[in-house]
Design a protein around this ligand. Structure first.
Ligand code: DGY
Length: 425
């Protein structure tokens, strides 16, 4: 069974491989996506290390001069996706979007390096990527934390990866829709519209894109000019973890300046991180910078927090919270609390399970001493695959496969889980 699943997963990676980058799935997402790529590289690394490095090299070949790494790289024209380069108009030689995505590359590169069978290849490739990833991390704290709080804000829900999370609902009411140019969505012709964000959300997504475009994609002003400034614990946990991992990698490679700067960013982030903890919720919450308040929404962003190098007590508390969620679903980990009135088990990030988030939460919990819960999450993940195939996401009660099929990062996570499972003692 294990061997079969790994072979099926490898075949999906190969099918979505476009030579130097992979598409998340054919049809729905025909370009290179930032965090999809870095996480997929972890899957490739188990059977083709050179190809894994190339995936991340390609991503960073399109890094902006200010350090940002865009969330989409439009390598080849394709009318099957909206919004395409004609909407973003970022003026890049190879068109890209103008916003970023969760910075998992630092974590991914360190992981691929640590496990590398070909150390000389790994040293050469990691050494080239190190300053580029570091520049991206510095960009975050410079451009998305202008007040120096230690935590960064998202200026568009697409940056979080959790596009239509309940977390953004109230804040999104404040994003206008007037002046939005007419558009035709393409996602709903590839995937069931009931699994996707709503029309109203799309109008607000596009309003933000047009707004940032009118400001020339100048990251020195975008944060303060955005009516949406959200501090997401999941996103910040990824950034903090990537800074900490990059510090370790830099030390190994003898790049001590990068190591100490990265460690400093991770430390300041971790100190500020506790401001997002909510004792009544038993998890972390988002914080809305525009209204200066936490967001009362029990989403997976506050559980993905486990990916940061937190204290063992916090890891235990998050494992406990996930155990409570498990009482109201069949599979773990739902992207929103099934008991919340806003839960929707089919609609993207308002309830469904995503394997990439499962793997990151489990990884953090394992590091925090919560091996039993980490194993439970892995078992749930594999249960979903066996029942419903390699989907983009899954209903946490029925296991219905949702969104796109034959999904690259889902396949990559299956390879990762099956190659790294540990038994609790
Ligand atoms: C989409 O188009 O659904 C993406 O999540 C935006 O990056």
């Amino acid at each position: 069974m294990t061997h079969d699943l790994i072979e099926q997963a490898k075949a999906i990676l190969r099918r979505n491989d476009r030579g130097t980058y992979t598409v998340p799935t054919h049809g729905l997402y025909p370009f290179q996506w930032n965090w999809d790529s870095a996480l997929s590289a972890i899957g490739f690394a188990h059977f083709d290390e050179d190809r894994a490095w190339t995936e991340i090299d390609t991503l960073f070949a399109h890094q902006w001069d200010d350090g940002m790494v865009p969330h989409i790289i439009f390598h080849e024209p394709d009318d099957g996706y909206f919004p395409g380069p004609d909407v973003w108009r970022t003026g890049r030689p190879v068109p890209t979007s103008g916003i970023t995505q969760p910075p998992v590359a630092g974590f991914a590169v360190n992981r691929i390096f640590e496990r590398a069978r070909d150390k000389s290849l790994a040293t050469q490739r990691a050494r080239a990527l190190l300053p580029q990833i570091h520049a991206w991390h510095q960009w975050f704290f410079r451009c998305r934390d202008p007040q120096g709080t230690g935590l960064v804000a998202l200026i568009h829900p697409w940056e979080s990866g959790r596009d239509n999370s309940v977390d953004w609902d109230a804040a999104f009411e404040r994003v206008p829709t007037d002046g939005v140019e007419p558009f035709t969505r393409r996602d709903t012709s590839h995937a069931n519209p009931a699994h996707r964000p709503t029309e109203d959300q799309y109008r607000r997504y596009i309003w933000l894109v047009q707004h940032f475009r009118s400001l020339g994609w100048n990251n020195a002003v975008l944060h303060d000019a955005s009516p949406f400034q959200m501090v997401d614990p999941g996103f910040n946990a990824i950034l903090i973890r990537s800074c900490a991992d990059l510090a370790d990698l830099a030390d190994t490679l003898g790049e001590h300046d990068i190591a100490s700067e990265s460690r400093g960013m991770a430390k300041r982030g971790l100190e500020a991180f506790e401001s997002l903890w909510s004792q009544p919720h038993g998890q972390y919450l988002c914080y809305d910078r525009i209204i200066d308040a936490h967001v009362d929404s029990p989403s997976i962003g506050g559980l993905l927090a486990a990916f940061a190098p937190l204290s063992r007590d916090r890891a235990a508390a998050l494992a406990e919270r996930i155990a409570v969620l498990a009482e109201s679903c069949t599979y773990l980990v739902p992207s929103h609390d099934p008991k919340s009135p806003d839960f929707d088990g089919l609609r993207y990030w308002r309830g469904p399970i995503w394997l990439i988030v499962n793997v990151m939460i489990a990884d953090g919990l394992k590091r925090g001493g919560q091996l039993a819960m980490a194993n439970r999450i892995h078992a749930s993940s594999l249960g979903l695959i066996e029942k419903s195939g390699f989907a983009e996401y899954y209903h946490p009660i029925t296991a219905e496969p949702c969104g796109g099929a034959e999904f690259t990062w889902t396949a990559a996570m299956v390879i990762e889980i099956l190659n790294t499972q540990e038994v609790a003692v």
